[in-house]
Design a protein around this ligand. Structure first.
Ligand SMILES: Nc1ncnc2c1ncn2[C@@H]1O[C@H](COP(=O)(O)OP(=O)(O)OP(=O)(O)O)[C@@H](O)[C@H]1O
Ligand SMILES: [Mg+2]
Length: 301
C-alpha cells in the first residue's frame, strides 16, 4: 500500500468526490502494480438482499464499493472496520475465493480470475494461505491432523513423493510450535489454541508468499492469543511472509501490522502506516472505531 499518496485522497473519498488514485488504473484494465505483491483496483461486490419478495425488484447490498488495495511484498497489513463493513468480502475477492461484481485483482502482476475453473487458480493457491476465525469449525473432525495439514500439498501438487510430503507436514507442525507426531492424531484431541496452530500449519505447509487471516486470533483466550501472535511475528520474520490480517483487536494490528486499512460500509475510508492511523486517525469513523475497541495486548516495544 502506498500510504502517503492514498492518505492524500481521503478527503475526496469521504465526500464521495473523484479520487485522485484512480490514475493508476491502466488503459484496458492492465494493472500497474508499482512493485506491490497484491493489487486490487475498483473492487466492488454486490449481493442480492435476502427477503426480496416474489415479483419485487431485487434489492442489492453493496458489500464492497470501489476499493483500491496495494499489498506490498513483505508488508503486514491489518484490516479493521465494524461488523459488516466488507472486510471478509475484500479478502475473499483478493484471494480469488469470490469474484468481484466489478474491478480487477492481480497477484505479482498476474490477473486473478475467480470465475475461471478452480484448477486454473492453483497457481494462486500455491502462493497464498488463509486462516479463519474458528479453529473448531475449520478442521474436518474425521481427518487426521497429518491429512488436514498435508491436504494442500496433494491438492495443489506441491512436492512429488509421498515421503517428501509427509516430511514437510511434520516439519511445518514443528514450525508452528506443535510436535511432529501430532500428525497421527485427530482435531478433537486438541485445545482451541492448538487447533488454530494446526490451521496455521495447513495454511503454511506449501510455503505461500502471502498469509491471510480473517480474525485468526479472536476465538482464542488472551494468553493463547499472545502466543499465536508471537508465532505469526516470528514466522513473518523467518519466512519473509507477506501478511494480511483482518482483526477486531487493535492490539493485534499494533503488534503485527505496519499498515492499516479502515473499512466502513464496503469502502476503504482511511489507510496508512499503523502508527499514523492509530495515533492520528484522519477520519471521524476511525476515531470512533478505535475508541470502541478495547486494547488487550501491550503495544509493540
Ligand atoms: N454471501 C453473501 N450473501 C449476501 N450478503 C452477503 C454475503 N456475504 C457478505 N454479505 C453482506 O455483505 C456485507 C459485508 O459482509 P462481510 O462479511 O464482508 O463483513 P465483515 O466486515 O467481514 O463483517 P464481520 O466483522 O462481522 O466479519 C454485509 O452486509 C453482509 O451481510
Ligand atoms: Mg468478516
Amino acid at each position: 500500500m502506498s500510504a502517503g499518496r492514498r492518505l492524500d485522497t481521503l478527503g475526496d473519498r469521504e465526500s464521495g468526490g473523484d479520487r485522485g488514485a484512480s490514475g493508476d488504473r491502466g488503459a484496458g484494465g492492465v494493472l500497474e502494480s508499482g512493485g506491490a505483491l497484491l493489487v486490487g483496483r475498483g473492487l466492488s461486490r454486490r449481493f442480492p438482499q435476502r427477503g426480496t419478495k416474489l415479483f419485487e425488484r431485487t434489492r442489492w447490498t453493496s458489500a464492497l464499493d470501489d476499493a483500491d488495495v496495494d499489498i506490498r511484498d513483505g508488508s503486514a497489513v491489518g484490516i479493521i472496520g465494524e461488523s459488516g463493513s466488507g472486510k471478509s468480502t475484500l479478502i475473499r475477492i483478493l484471494l480469488g475465493l469470490d469474484a468481484p461484481s466489478s474491478g480487477t485483482v492481480a497477484f505479482d502482476g498476474r490477473p486473478v480470475d475467480a470465475r475461471a475453473a478452480a484448477r486454473s487458480l492453483h497457481w494462486l493457491r500455491r502462493e497464498t494461505g488463509i486462516v479463519f476465525q474458528d479453529p473448531y469449525a475449520s478442521l474436518d473432525p474425521r481427518m487426521s491432523v497429518g491429512r488436514i495439514v498435508g491436504e494442500p500439498l496433494w491438492a495443489l501438487d506441491v512436492l512429488t513423493a509421498g515421503a517428501e510430503r509427509r516430511a514437510r507436514v511434520r516439519e511445518v507442525l514443528v514450525e508452528v510450535g506443535l510436535e511432529a507426531d501430532m500428525a497421527n492424531r485427530y482435531p478433537h484431541e486438541f485445545s482451541g489454541g492448538q487447533r488454530q496452530r494446526i490451521a496455521l500449519a495447513r495454511a503454511l505447509v506449501h510455503r505461500p508468499r502471502l498469509l491471510v487471516g480473517d480474525e485468526p486470533l479472536s476465538a482464542l483466550d488472551v494468553t493463547v492469543r499472545a502466543q499465536v501472535l508471537e508465532l505469526l511475528r516470528d514466522l513473518r520474520a523467518a519466512r519473509a511472509l507477506t501478511l494480511v490480517m483482518v482483526s477486531h483487536d487493535i492490539g493485534v494490528v499494533q503488534n503485527l501490522c505496519d499498515e492499516v486499512i479502515v473499512m466502513k460500509d464496503g469502502r476503504i475510508v482511511e489507510e496508512g502506516p499503523t502508527e499514523k492511523v492509530l495515533l492520528e486517525p484522519q477520519v471521524a469513523y476511525t476515531r470512533r472505531l478505535l475508541a470502541s475497541i478495547p486494547v488487550i495486548d501491550p503495544p509493540r516495544s
